[in-house]
Design a protein around this ligand. Structure first.
Ligand SMILES: Nc1ncnc2c1ncn2[C@@H]1O[C@H](COP(=O)(O)OP(=O)(O)OP(=O)(O)O)[C@@H](O)[C@H]1O
Length: 335
């Protein structure tokens, strides 16, 4: 069953079309990554889900009900971790969680939530004295407090150290496994790749791609680099044979019995099959897939082409794509 449905949704602010004819279904228990450069329409989409912003046209359904007419019911069953969450400085972490539990009329003790987000020891300290990462964990705890059916997380890893980030991801997966739908908006692509089942990419108000990350790899104009070790020293024959395959871009000898093939993802199986049919055994096979950063850029930037060096480097660092767009204006949601 779908937990979220946007059906032909457009939102126009004065002369700006923030979201254009969005149709999207997100299934119950799915972790859906929502990506896009600044100004792409992500916040507007989330705000329509929570009825903070009304669509100009189209309908939004959340948790089986109309997001506008049944907004109170939707919000009661939804936990939200907003971007740039501010704590009440003088209130303790425990008081924040108590407040969230009360407002959702939830049946859970603060201690359980504080333990889940690793704040038990700091629970009775004023939250104003928490580090940024602790404040972020507190915000996640508040979002979890109502045992939500839908979790909306906007930049959830902001300020978290690697251990905190991993703990956040574990919580997200556990929630999804128990049937909670997670809408995960982030500029940090490694986070999205690590936790999301499917990804949607917004650009200039339009949903330009929706798929699993592997699916995006299959269809995007990005190359996979395959390193093969062969059981023959006759590498030239293998190179000639592979160069003819559709989808193969370059083939290079990389050692006395090894070659490196740069190709479309879909072509890599054909490479191995063709060698096999010709009686050449592949004794070792390694693939370097394009990073999500490369995929993102290939969808959002017409001039971007990916080479293997980019691919390799991109897998080793945290990537923030928030400035990867030509459009940089900030939006303020209607309340
Ligand atoms: N209340 C508003 N009034 C006028 N324009 C708005 C309003 N809210 C958003 N916009 C415009 O709508 C477009 C989409 O903005 P939105 O905030 O949804 O993008 P975003 O993808 O969330 O961006 P970011 O990653 O920077 O948060 C932008 O051009 C923005 O200026």
């Amino acid at each position: 069953m779908s937990a979220i449905e946007f059906d032909g949704v457009t939102k126009v602010f004065d002369d700006i079309t923030a979201v254009s004819d969005l149709s999207l279904r997100i299934e119950t228990g799915e972790v859906f990554g929502f990506l896009g450069p600044n100004g792409a329409g992500k916040s507007t989409t989330i705000n329509m889900l929570l009825d903070f912003v009304r669509p100009t046209t189209g309908t939004v359904t959340a948790l089986g009900v109309d997001a506008h007419t049944d907004s109170v019911a939707v919000r009661r069953r939804t936990g939200v971790l907003p971007e740039g969450f501010d704590v009440y400085n003088r209130l303790s972490g425990r008081a924040h969680i108590e407040f969230a539990i009360d407002s959702k009329e939830a049946d859970v003790t603060p201690a359980v939530i504080l333990d889940r987000v690793g704040l038990t020891d700091a629970a009775d300290r004023p939250a104003g004295g928490y580090s940024k990462g602790m404040q972020q964990r507190l915000a996640l705890g508040m979002a979890l407090s109502g045992d939500p059916d839908l979790l909306i997380l906007d930049e959830p890893a902001s300020g978290l150290d690697p251990a905190g980030t991993k703990a956040m991801r574990d919580i997200v997966r556990k929630e999804a496994d128990s049937g909670t739908t997670v809408f995960f908006s982030s500029h940090v692509l490694e986070q999205v790749e690590a936790v999301c089942d499917r990804v949607g990419i917004m650009q200039a108000g339009e949903l330009i791609a929706v798929d699993s990350i592997d699916g995006l790899r299959e269809t995007a104009d990005v190359e996979t680099v395959v390193s093969l070790t062969l059981d023959t020293g006759d590498v030239d024959t293998a190179v000639d044979m592979i160069s003819d395959i559709e989808g193969v871009d370059t083939v290079m000898q990389s050692g006395s019995q090894s070659i490196q093939v740069s190709c479309e993802s879909a072509a890599k199986t054909t490479v191995v099959t063709k060698l096999d049919t010709a009686g050449i055994d592949v004794t070792d096979f390694e693939t370097e897939s394009a990073s999500l950063e490369d995929l993102f850029l290939s969808y959002t930037d017409d001039n971007h082409t990916v080479d293997s060096a980019t691919t390799k480097r991109a897998t080793n660092r945290s990537t923030d794509i928030s400035t990867g767009s030509s459009e940089t204006d900030e939006g303020t949601a209607e309340q």
